[in-house]
Ligand binder design. Structure first.
Ligand code: 5GP
Length: 197
């Protein structure tokens, strides 16, 4: 039997830079399976179905949820988001590491089911910088931006639920920290079967 893969859960306020970090991590660790979430929100410019998200209607989402198809799901900024269960479970069982980039509600659900997961919180250097990043993305409506900024204040209170926090002020430093965390977690004796033969 394989040693199960590592389940890495990444959360943080919108605009903290999770997406950029995860894209860089994908390049550094090509064997990690990066879970593609389902969402009922409409796609932003440049986003592709099956690459960035599985874009679904509310009906499709609710049907899959009813069939226990999600490892976790949450309503975020008025839309549903969920982690399709089967791919995550298959990859972990095969010994492959898996990254979930999900919101805090989802992360707390996953923590109940997989307490052995690694929970990482990404924070921006300041709320002002967060505002600047969300606005410069130019992809969210003014109402969306204000919803996201309001949630950021609440979300930051959950840092203590996580195993690690990374302040994303400089992307190179943040990625180096993320790599170190993943590498160190994989060296934990509890996670490894060591065979000296
Ligand atoms: P965005 O609309 O900016 O792509 O994502 C909004 C929020 O939804 C982010 O905090 C993101 O981490 C979260 N999110 C994305 N996919 C999932 C998911 O599958 N489950 C949960 N619970 N949150 C998700």
């Amino acid at each position: 039997m394989n040693t199960p893969g590592l389940l890495i859960v990444i959360s943080g306020p919108s605009g903290a830079g999770k997406g950029t970090l995860c894209n860089l991590i994908k390049k550094e660790f090509p064997n990690i399976y990066y879970s593609i979430s389902a969402t009922t929100r409409s796609s932003r410019q440049g986003e592709r179905h099956g690459v960035d998200y599985l874009f679904m209607s509310r009906e499709e989402f609710l049907e899959l949820r009813e069939a226990n198809g999600f490892l976790e799901w949450a309503e975020v900024y008025g839309n549903f988001y969920g982690t399709p269960r089967s791919k995550v479970e298959e990859n972990i069982a095969e010994g492959k590491d898996v990254i979930l980039e999900i919101d805090i509600q989802g992360a707390l659900h996953v923590k109940k089911q997989y307490p052995e997961g690694v929970f990482i919180f990404i924070v921006p250097p300041s709320i002002r910088e967060l505002k600047r990043r969300i606005e410069s993305r130019g992809q969210d409506s003014p109402e969306d931006i204000s919803k996201r900024l309001k949630s950021a204040h609440t979300e930051l209170a959950y840092v203590s639920e996580y195993d690690y926090v990374i302040v994303n002020d400089k992307i190179e430093t943040a990625i180096a920290k993320l790599k170190s965390i993943i590498t160190a977690e994989k060296c934990r004796p509890q996670r490894r079967k060591i065979n000296f033969e």
